[in-house]
Structure formats: C-alpha cells, structure tokens
Design a protein around this ligand. Structure first.
Ligand code: DX5
Ligand code: ZN
Length: 213
C-alpha cells in the first residue's frame, strides 16, 4: 500500500519545501492536483510548479490532470519531471490514444473516474494503464467527505483489475482519512491519496502518514 499526499492542502507559497517535508515524513509519492478552471472551477498549478518542485525530492511525482484537453500537456509534464500522469476519462474523446501518448512520453499512464461515471467507461483501457484513479469526492477541492458507496465502487474496480490487468494500481483520491483509508484498502485500493488529512493532522504529516499505514 502506497501513500501519496496531495499538495492541494499545502502552503502554495512554499511548495518546494512542502515536497521535501513530505519525503522526510515518509510519503511514497507526491500527488499534484492540476486544475484549469474549466474541467473543475478552481485553478491550481501547472508544469512549471512540478518542474520547480522536482529537485526538492526524489519521490515519484503523481500528476492528476483535472483539465480539459489533457493531450496538449503531456510533453510539458514529462519535461517538468512527472512520473505518472492521470487523465480523466470525462476530459477527452480519445482516452486510449492519450494514455498511449503518456506511455510513449516515458511516463506511467493513469485513468481517472469521477464519482458519477460508470466503471464500464474505463474497462476498454484498463490494460493500457498503470493506474486507475477512483475519485471518492467530486474533483476540485480538498477537505470533502468520502462519498457514500465509494467502497463498493472500489471493490468493483478491483474485480475489473483482477480480470483485465492484475498489475494495475488502484488509487483512491478524495476524503481519505484513517477510517475511510482502511475501508479503501480493504476494498482493494493499492494507493491512498490524502490532502487535508495529512496537512491538517494535529501531530503533523509524519504522524498522519503513519496513522494511514
Ligand atoms: C480533488 C483532488 C484530491 C484532493 C484530496 O479534486 O483530486 O486529490 O486534493 O484532498 P482530500 O484528501 O483533502 O480530500
Ligand atoms: Zn487528486
């Protein structure tokens, strides 16, 4: 099980130091929530943020693109040092082609589903992805509640993984805390993203990550 803290709840005036602190705190990956103000209302960060954070840690950078036309940004995130790029199946007409272009760019491709999207949408491309991101909140904000029924969705995703691509990582993103994180792992998740739970934990990021483990 891997822990990927999300920077969405970090101090945006000190993201480099925050990334270094996450590495010290025992994170496995760093989750970058990229938002363009179109696919979701907020605007957060882009390739230059990833580029400038790159030398603060050796950890894999797990980039979550909540943007329209993600195919336009693949090379920019590769050049910035991203290791995994996840795109929303709802953000492109050509999910198979974009996943292939992420892999051709030398990165690990991830496919991401909003809570309201049926799993069947990603079935045809599970064998082409290294990561399936199951949103358990509606994308755009941190600190939201884990949507009811998410555990069942994760179980269904796990069954598809076992059938189509047993090496696929299942990343659970949104509303993860010690309680929902346990539910997610018991349901078959392999990677937990946590933003507010890590950054607002009273004993700090290291304690939050240990509590999740
Ligand atoms: C939401 C992002 C999530 C979010 C998780 O659109 O994709 O990664 O930052 O934040 P928490 O863990 O606070 O729900
Ligand atoms: Zn995310």
């Amino acid at each position: 099980m891997l822990i990927a803290p999300s920077l969405l709840s970090a101090d945006f005036s000190r993201l480099g130091e925050e990334v270094a602190a996450l590495e010290q705190a025992g994170a496995d990956w760093v989750h970058f929530d990229v938002m363009d103000g179109h696919f979701v209302p907020p605007i957060t960060m882009g390739p230059r943020t990833v580029e400038h954070c790159r030398h603060y840690a050796k950890l894999p950078f797990d980039v979550h693109l909540m943007i329209e036309n993600p195919e336009r940004q693949i090379d920019a995130f590769r050049d910035a040092g991203a290791n995994t790029v996840s795109i929303h199946v709802e953000a492109t007409r050509h999910i198979h082609r974009v996943l292939e272009s992420i892999r051709q760019a030398g990165m690990r491709p991830g496919v991401c589903l909003n809570p309201g999207s049926p799993l069947v949408l990603v079935e045809p491309v599970l064998k082409d992805a290294d990561l399936l991101v199951m949103m358990c909140v509606n994308p755009g904000w941190g600190g939201q509640k884990f949507i009811d029924g998410s555990a069942e969705r994760i179980k269904a995703a796990r069954a598809l993984r076992d059938r189509f691509n047993p090496k696929l990582d299942i990343e659970v993103d949104g509303g993860v805390n010690a309680h929902t994180g346990r539910q997610a792992i018991q349901s078959g998740a392999t990677v937990l993203v946590a933003g507010s739970f890590v950054f607002s934990h009273p004993q700090g990021a290291k304690a939050a990550i240990q509590e999740l483990r």
